[in-house]
Design a protein around this ligand. Structure first.
Ligand code: SAH
Ligand code: SF4
Ligand code: F3S
Length: 441
């Protein structure tokens, strides 16, 4: 009987994919993962530092875990991921509960570090790497549906957006070996998966030298889509400064490359975009959206927006709203600016927009997006869509839930459809988050 590992994951999809790598590495030294925190001998918390509230949540979790150590004296607790990288040894000083601190590029060292902790020493490794991509490690899938999975294609980020902590906690950008990506996607397909999402902070800058050939993201996408017409391919995140017409044409050419692009705008004001060091203007962003609309007419579009960035005026806030309205985003993640220590914005600009103003701007943005999202769903009424069934709906075993190529959630009476099947559904109604329909043949 191996020891039991309980892993809890916060933050972005990249962390979800990393946790699967970590479980695989720990399995190599006899740990099996459990869903029962009370029976664990090792707890790992894979953390996020993107905004202050992300870190506060993790501090809260650590405090809540202290009673577990009283019950089980052998229990070891490790903090891994982005917050481990940002705070390093400080985590051990401020939180006596923590035994192990491991950054995102040092997961191969985990078994040794856990052994060190077991022998009574605190263990830390937060070295970042220029090469590590964990290409050879087969992640242990922890998703519950067995239909869609993440595949990491690169790590780190070279962009240095002024507000962002990612380049500091994830290191320099590096692309994973193309062959290992393709073989991982093939294995997923062979074991029944029907959708892969290729992950990177800026997938458009994927670049891998293979012999005399240089493989860019468009080439990679084409190769993954060639595995099987029944394998859907998604990707995230695209960067407005780098998304090319060549890539858009590749997406348009293949039915199984999903017609959805997550294209974070962050702001609609060119002055703020410049301060953010995003590398594009409002006009450039609009040009990219126009290119998407003309090359892939049925493409859905989502975005990330930040409100209340340093020195943002009311007019500049309205520029963000007008850009959202113009683009008609189907979906958006919206955040109040949160200053991150060490970033360029923290060093050079003052976080001068009062909290109340940030809150008002954020709620204006959210109510606008609610309208845009509702409109996007209404436009689907009466359409026949192809849905990849992911499993029973939350509410009933008689209904299936799945997504369209455009990444919209659809619920429909299951009848004979099983998870992993493609179903043709006519959309009859919608709620705020979901399209509802019935099977059509
Ligand atoms: N690589 C992706 C985003 C990664 S972080 C990209 O460039 O689009 C996810 C989102 O968190 C960002 O798009 C941004 O909207 C938000 N974000 C990042 N840093 C932030 C900060 N300091 N305060 C508020 N939101 C932030
Ligand atoms: Fe952060 Fe910018 Fe890199 Fe995205 S592209 S991870 S926002 S630095
Ligand atoms: Fe958070 Fe790290 Fe992702 S900071 S958003 S978990 S890359």
């Amino acid at each position: 009987m191996g020891k039991k590992l309980y892993i809890e994951t916060y933050g972005c999809q990249m962390n979800v994919a990393d946790s699967e790598v970590v479980v695989s590495i720990m399995a190599g030294s006899g740990y099996t993962s459990t869903d029962e925190i009370n029976e664990a001998e090792l707890i790992l918390i894979n953390t996020c530092s993107i905004r202050d509230n992300a870190e506060q949540r993790i501090w809260g979790r650590l405090t809540a875990m202290s009673h577990l150590k009283k019950k089980n004296r052998n229990l070891k607790i490790g903090v891994i991921g982005c917050m481990a990288e940002r705070l390093k040894e400080k985590l051990l000083e401020t939180e006596k509960l923590v035994d192990i601190v491991v950054g995102p590029d040092a997961y191969r060292e985990l078994p040794g570090l856990v052994a060190e902790a077991e022998s009574g020493h605190k263990a830390v490794n937060v070295l970042l790497s220029r090469e590590e991509t964990y290409a050879d490690i087969s992640p242990v899938r922890m998703d519950k549906n067995g239909v869609s999975s993440f595949v990491s294609i690169m790590r780190g980020c070279n962009n240095m957006c002024a507000y962002c902590v990612v380049p500091y906690v994830r290191g320099a950008e590096r692309s994973r070996n193309t062959e290992s990506i393709i073989s991982e996607a093939k294995e997923l397909f062979d074991s029944g998966y029907r959708e892969v999402t290729l992950l990177g902070q800026n997938v458009d800058s994927y670049n891998f030298e293979s012999g005399s050939r240089t493989i860019n993201f468009s080439d990679l996408l084409e190769e993954v889509s060639g595995i099987d017409p029944l394998l859907r391919v998604r990707f995230s995140t695209s960067h407005p400064k780098d998304i090319s017409d060549d890539l858009l044409r590749t997406i348009a050419r293949h039915d199984n490359i999903c017609k959805h692009i997550h294209l974070p705008a962050q702001s609609g004001s060119s002055r703020i975009l410049e301060l953010m060091n995003r590398g594009y203007t409002r006009e450039w962003y609009m040009d990219r959206v126009s290119a998407i609309r003309s090359i892939i007419p049925d493409c859905s579009l989502s975005t990330d927006m930040i409100t209340g960035f340093c020195s943002e005026t009311d007019d500049e806030h309205r520029d963000s709203l007008s850009l959202m309205e113009w683009a008609g985003f189907d979906f958006a993640y919206m955040f109040k600016y949160s200053e991150r220590p060490g970033t360029r914005a923290a060093r050079k600009y003052s976080d001068d927009i009062p909290e109340e103003v940030k809150s008002v701007r954020l709620s204006e943005m959210i109510s606008l997006q609610n309208k845009l999202s509702a409109r996007s769903k209404r436009q689907d009424l009466g359409k026949v869509v192809e849905v990849l069934a992911e499993g029973f709906s939350k509410r009933s075993k008689e209904h299936m839930s799945g997504r369209t190529s455009q990444n919209k959630v659809v619920v429909f009476p299951a009848e004979e459809v099983r998870k992993g099947d493609y179903a043709s559904v006519v959309i009859e109604r919608c709620t705020s988050a979901t399209l509802l329909g019935k099977l059509t043949f």
